[in-house]
Each structure stands twice: as structure tokens, then as C-alpha cells.
Design a protein. Structure first.
Length: 84
């Protein structure tokens, strides 16, 4: 199966996340980014350990003798494309 990447602004908490589903009737807030919906702590809305969202890695800056900069150029170009 082919893979996909979703790029979005990283929310500060679950409360600002696009994947938060609020069910007012049941009084439950859940994360819909998981295969199996998980309950979110509606007291704090802090990002739980199981959250699948990850920040983008930093650009690479290895010494020139590592690989003549080829890895860094490819890695950094990929990050630049994502951030466009």
C-alpha cells in the first residue's frame, strides 16, 4: 500500500488539534488520528505520549568529510519541499 504524509501546523494541545472529536452528548473527547479512537484528557488537553503527531526534524549540518555534504543536501532539500 502506498504511504502519505500530512503536513499541518503543530497544535499546542489536543484542544487545538484537527483530529480532536468532541462528542457533547456522551461527554467524551477523543483523538481520531489513531486506528482505534483514544480518549483525550478533557481537563488538561495536554498532548499524550501516544499522540502520532511529530515535529519535523532539524536540517542536517554534518562535517564536510562525512560524505562531501551529499546527505545534507538531499535531506535539507526534502525538508524545504515539505515546508513550501
Amino acid at each position: 500500500m502506498s504511504k502519505a504524509v500530512l503536513v499541518m501546523d503543530m497544535p499546542e494541545s489536543c484542544f487545538g488539534c484537527n483530529f480532536l472529536y468532541c462528542n457533547a452528548d456522551a461527554g467524551i473527547d477523543s483523538c481520531q488520528a489513531m486506528k482505534v479512537s483514544r480518549i483525550v484528557d478533557s481537563e488538561t488537553y495536554e498532548k499524550p505520549d501516544w499522540c502520532p503527531l511529530r515535529e519535523l526534524p532539524e536540517k542536517a549540518n554534518h562535517p564536510a568529510y562525512c560524505d562531501n555534504g551529499r546527505f545534507d543536501k538531499g535531506w535539507n532539500a526534502c525538508l524545504d519541499e515539505i515546508l513550501k
